[in-house]
Design a protein around this ligand. Structure first.
Ligand code: SAM
Length: 292
């Protein structure tokens, strides 16, 4: 099989269809065999897996996935790529291409229909302009997803995998960390793509926890606190989250909740772990801190 993942083959296929990469769809095609193999290996794809690929492009990663997995479902928004994929993937009977916007697709239904309700793996070279919405949709859909192994912008990968107190630690770290363990697998240089992205890239693996990492009574409220804490990350936590209508706590109430948790009242949000945010959220919601 002649693999597509090289500069020559990618240019040849695009030329044959008189196409060029579309910026509006975040198209940067992978041309580096080592990186393509590395993604499939990091995802641990086996011949009993069903893989959901987001944005197959001309099919470069799809080929490797089709060879390793039992089944691949590839969702591509760009209609003009469908005839290309029908051609480049014609040898594989285990690939289904769906022409849809991944943000509009019912992922739970795909899992149920294509894999009899057993967990799937998500593997992709993601369009960078919608990385976070895609990942949050995958988690929030409630669909059975075992792991997500994706190429994303390096800066976003660093934010996902940052420890508390690190400059990259923030609301994305906590949102992802609520659902999964994030690990950076490898950095990838712009020369591995056509056209070259203006930013560095990295592959991350997100292994989903069977249950969210922390127990919290109202996760929406906790994420509201987290959002406010990092919107003004230079302020102390008690200043950044108090007197906010969405949270409804005075500075005194926040300070009391922090003291009750054995924390300094001058603590900044960037030093709190997810379980500390969960505890703070439950404390503020119950108003325990307000009664004491
Ligand atoms: N997988 C190919 C590769 O590695 O060479 C292409 C990756 S390219 C970075 C991102 C792909 O996602 C493009 O094919 C693009 O058209 C597709 N895409 C962009 N937005 C999408 C969306 N909302 N839903 C589905 N696919 C999308």
């Amino acid at each position: 099989m002649a693999y597509l993942g090289s500069a020559e083959r990618t240019k040849e296929v695009l030329g044959r269809y008189n196409m060029s990469a579309k910026k509006k769809f975040g198209q940067n095609f992978l041309i580096d065999r080592k990186v393509l193999e590395g993604i499939v290996e990091a995802a641990g794809v086996t011949d009993s897996d069903c893989v959901l690929e987001i944005g197959p492009g001309i099919g470069s990663l799809t080929q490797y996935l089709a060879e390793a997995a039992a089944q691949v479902v590839a969702v591509e928004i760009d209609r003009s790529l469908i005839p290309v994929l029908n051609d480049t993937l014609s040898e594989y009977s285990n690939v289904t291409v769906i022409n849809e916007d991944i943000l509009k697709v019912d992922i739970d239904r795909i899992v149920k229909e294509k894999n009899g309700g057993r967990p799937i793996k998500v593997v992709a070279n993601l369009p960078y302009y919608i990385t976070t919405p895609i990942i949050m949709k995958l988690f929030e859909s409630g669909a059975l997803i075992e792991s997500i192994t994706v190429m994303i912008q390096k800066e976003v990968a660093d934010r996902m995998a940052a420890p508390p107190g690190n400059k990259d630690y923030g609301s994305l770290t906590l949102a992802v960390g609520y659902y999964a363990e994030a690990k950076k697998i490898m950095d990838v240089v712009p020369g591995s793509f056509i056209p070259q992205p203006k930013v560095g890239s990295a592959v991350v693996s997100l292994i989903r926890y069977p249950e969210p990492k922390v127990e919290v009574e109202d996760e929406k409220f906790m994420f509201e606190i987290i959002r406010c804490a990092f919107n003004q990350r230079r302020k102390t936590l008690s200043n950044s989250i108090s007197n906010n209508p969405a949270i409804g706590a005075t500075r005194d109430q926040v300070v009391r909740a922090l003291l009750k948790m054995g924390m300094d009242e001058k603590v900044r949000g960037e030093t709190l772990s997810l379980s500390q945010f969960a505890e703070l959220s439950d404390n503020l919601q119950h108003g325990d801190a307000m009664l004491n």
